[in-house]
Design a binder for this molecule. Structure first.
Ligand code: CTP
Length: 347
């Protein structure tokens, strides 16, 4: 921790002048919370304390989270200072509205730590391997309606898909996340909520029209009820002994993407997932070819520490060139490796 403008280089700074040392070595300068006074000093270019002078000396990106009580945030002076800082390239994390320590309500509350971290990750990723690339990711299991109350679903939690979205953002990509589950949206992702395979298909084809990569991590239903009842199916005399539900095949999204890609060339790279309960490698390799994907991420869903719901995964990456079996790791780590492969494929 540094509080002194003239701190020595005892802790290994690049120079004995603290503010220069701190500014030179930083990848990102985060000011959270930033008071109205701090914003004014930054906007005015004052060099009155260690924070303001470090901000002046820094050449790295800056993330600022304004937080203040009462009407200070809305005040024209504060808004002008924020405008100036934005024009100079700073990222401003907008404060939230709510009740202040004073008892007043209004905008000015510091957002939750997860929001701050999300904004910091986004700013750090701007110069990442996927900067300027558009990546579409699907997550979760689709739901096929039986009636307004019931559906056919599956055990997919969406965790791997959300981890992929976060990894893509970390690498600087612009991310569209098409999801059928409700997990916290990674900061900066454009979320499209869907439920059925049909809805997911439409969302994927729309989002992929100019996308660099599609990652189909969703567990898409293969069958749906031929007709969904308009009203709740009630227990009656007629179904006292049960009733049968006729199912039909759903659309195969990856096959529709393959056809669209042949016409338009987009998405440039497609990654599929394979959930297998037997003959993992043989089934996955057949899927790689059938679905026309550049990379297939295969996992054995019978393992208790990998696949559905858990936070870890053990995947094998398959391409035309060969297989790579990865050890057990967190879904976040697996996502980072997959996005690294996507970046390589995109060149
Ligand atoms: N997938 C898809 N559309 C479907 C079903 C699956 O696009 N209707 C995608 C999945 O998102 C995944 C890949 O295809 O990326 C493989 O999914 P998986 O369920 O493992 O395979 P299936 O296509 O269902 O084939 P099988 O019945 O042989 O397991």
């Amino acid at each position: 921790m540094y509080t002194d403008l003239w701190a020595s280089n005892a802790s290994g700074l690049a120079t004995h002048i603290a503010h220069v040392g701190l500014a030179e070595t930083a990848d990102l300068l985060v000011i959270a919370p930033a008071t109205a006074d701090t914003l004014a000093r930054l906007a005015g270019g004052f060099a009155s304390d260690l924070l303001a002078i470090t901000a002046l000396a820094a050449r790295c990106p800056m993330v600022i989270a304004p937080a203040m009580d009462g009407g200070m945030y809305e005040h024209a002076a504060t808004q002008e200072n924020i405008e100036k800082l934005t024009q100079r390239g700073a990222t401003i994390i907008e404060p939230e509205a709510g009740r202040f320590a004073s008892g007043l309500t209004g905008r000015g509350r510091l957002p939750e730590t997860t929001t701050l971290i999300g904004a910091i990750r986004l700013a750090l990723g701007k110069r990442g391997k996927l900067a300027g690339k558009r990546v579409v990711i699907t997550a979760g299991g689709t739901r096929e309606a039986i009636d307004p109350v019931r559906y056919i679903g599956n055990r997919s939690s969406g965790k791997q898909g959300y981890a992929l979205a976060q990894a893509a953002l970390d690498a600087g990509a612009e991310v569209t996340l098409i999801s059928s589950v409700q997990l916290p949206t990674p900061h900066g992702a454009d979320l499209v909520s869907v439920e059925s395979t049909r809805e997911m298909l439409d969302a994927v084809l729309t989002a992929c029209a100019d996308a660099d990569a599609l990652i189909m991590a969703a567990a898409v239903a293969d069958f749906r009820p031929q007709t969904a009842a308009a009203q709740k199916i009630k227990k009656t005399e007629a179904n006292a002994d049960g009733f049968s539900l006729s199912l039909e095949r759903t659309e195969d999204i990856l096959e529709a993407v393959k056809a669209a890609r042949q016409q338009t060339g987009f998405p440039r790279i497609v990654v599929g997932f394979a959930a297998e309960s037997e003959n993992l490698l043989a089934n996955a390799r057949a899927k790689l070819e059938r679905k026309g994907v550049d990379l297939l991420v295969a996992n054995d869903i019978t393992a208790s520490d990998a696949g559905f719901s858990v936070d870890t995964n053990r995947v094998t990456l398959l391409t035309k060139e060969g297989d790579e079996r990865l050890d057990l790791m967190s879904k976040a780590q697996a996502a980072e490796i997959v996005m690294g492969r996507v970046a390589t494929l995109l060149g």
